[in-house]
Design a protein. Structure first.
Length: 234
């Protein structure tokens, strides 16, 4: 079964690949080739970090990587005149991410990055790919990212109590009542995982639901339904 892709993530990524076939705009030819090679390896599941999950990266992950790494490359070229990413120094990358955290480097809309740590993690992943790729040809590359700060404040937790969910569900039409209880009980991700659920994914008289590996955002899992099994069955 083909996975339902409501956001057309795969289509966006493949369209981007086609548009950048001759090069990624606004960055040097060398860096463009390196980023495309990196993304192709991630698409194929090659040269991933030893501690990382093996296999090809999802189109969601590939889109995130190409967006963040393209942004970082453009900024590094503009601010540091670096035409080859591999020539960046440890001090330069530390200063760059320091300025990002301080708000001296802002988003395209001028707002401060709330998730600088995510850009740091993605640059670390890229650098570790660079190291592993060169290690295969007996070239050792220094890990300039080992001391980079990947910490960050967790966002405020927004939630409804069970009583609030009950009040919401009881005032909804039957279709949404079922949907509300199922979302609350299963903690399934919506819309992608939710849209890919089939009747055959329910087990044990609708007391469990299986999120299949190929449709899960991160991994497959089986969840016990403690509240909504009866209404789901009906």
């Amino acid at each position: 079964m083909n996975k339902i892709d409501p956001y057309r993530i795969k289509e966006k990524y493949l369209n981007w690949k086609q548009k950048t076939h001759s090069g990624i705009p606004e960055i040097s030819k060398f860096n463009s080739n390196i980023l495309k090679e990196y993304l192709q390896d991630m698409e194929n599941g090659m040269n991933v970090a030893t501690a990382s999950k093996k296999g090809s990266r999802s189109y969601v992950r590939l889109n995130v990587l190409r967006q963040r790494m393209t942004f970082l490359t453009k900024e590094l070229e503009k601010r540091l005149k670096i035409e080859k990413l591999m020539e960046i120094t440890e001090l330069q990358i530390f200063n760059f991410f320091g300025e990002m955290r301080q708000g001296l480097i802002t988003r395209q809309d001028g707002k401060i990055f709330k998730s600088a740590k995510d850009f740091v993690k993605d640059f670390k992943a890229f650098w570790h790919w660079h190291q592993k790729k060169n290690r295969k040809i007996s070239i050792e590359i220094k890990d300039i990212t080992i001391d980079l700060d990947t910490s960050g404040e967790k966002p405020d937790w927004v939630y409804l109590t069970e009583e609030q969910v009950r009040n919401l569900a009881e005032n909804a039409i039957p279709y949404y009542k079922v949907l509300i209880w199922f979302l609350f009980d299963s903690s399934i991700r919506a819309p992608t995982e939710l849209m890919n659920i089939k009747v055959s994914d329910f087990y044990n008289d609708f007391k469990e639901v299986q999120i299949r590996e190929e449709t899960g955002k991160t991994f497959g899992r089986r969840i016990k339904l403690l509240i909504c099994s009866k209404i789901i069955k009906e």
